[in-house]
Design a protein around this ligand. Structure first.
Ligand code: 9UX
Length: 69
């Protein structure tokens, strides 16, 4: 298991948090998602044998948000 903390742009209300959490929980291999609205971060616990950070970031982008560098 690995935890990645991803900086996300455009997360501005609780609905955004839910959108991101729902989009990520749909992915296989993701154990836990904790989006922090104030910090603009999403902490994701995942199984590196099933999913990688790039795919997680793609899922966030597909949900309509941008990844901050
Ligand atoms: Mo809130 Mo976010 O009205 O995509 S849901 S800004």
């Amino acid at each position: 298991m690995k935890t990645a903390t991803i900086k996300v742009k455009g997360m501005t209300c609780g609905g955004c948090v839910k959108s991101i959490e729902n989009a990520l929980y749909e992915q296989t291999g993701i154990q836990k998602v904790a989006a922090d609205l104030d910090a603009g971060t999403v902490a994701v616990d995942f199984d590196v044998n099933v999913i990688q950070t790039a795919a997680i970031e793609q899922a966030i982008e597909k949900a309509g948000f941008d990844i901050a560098a």
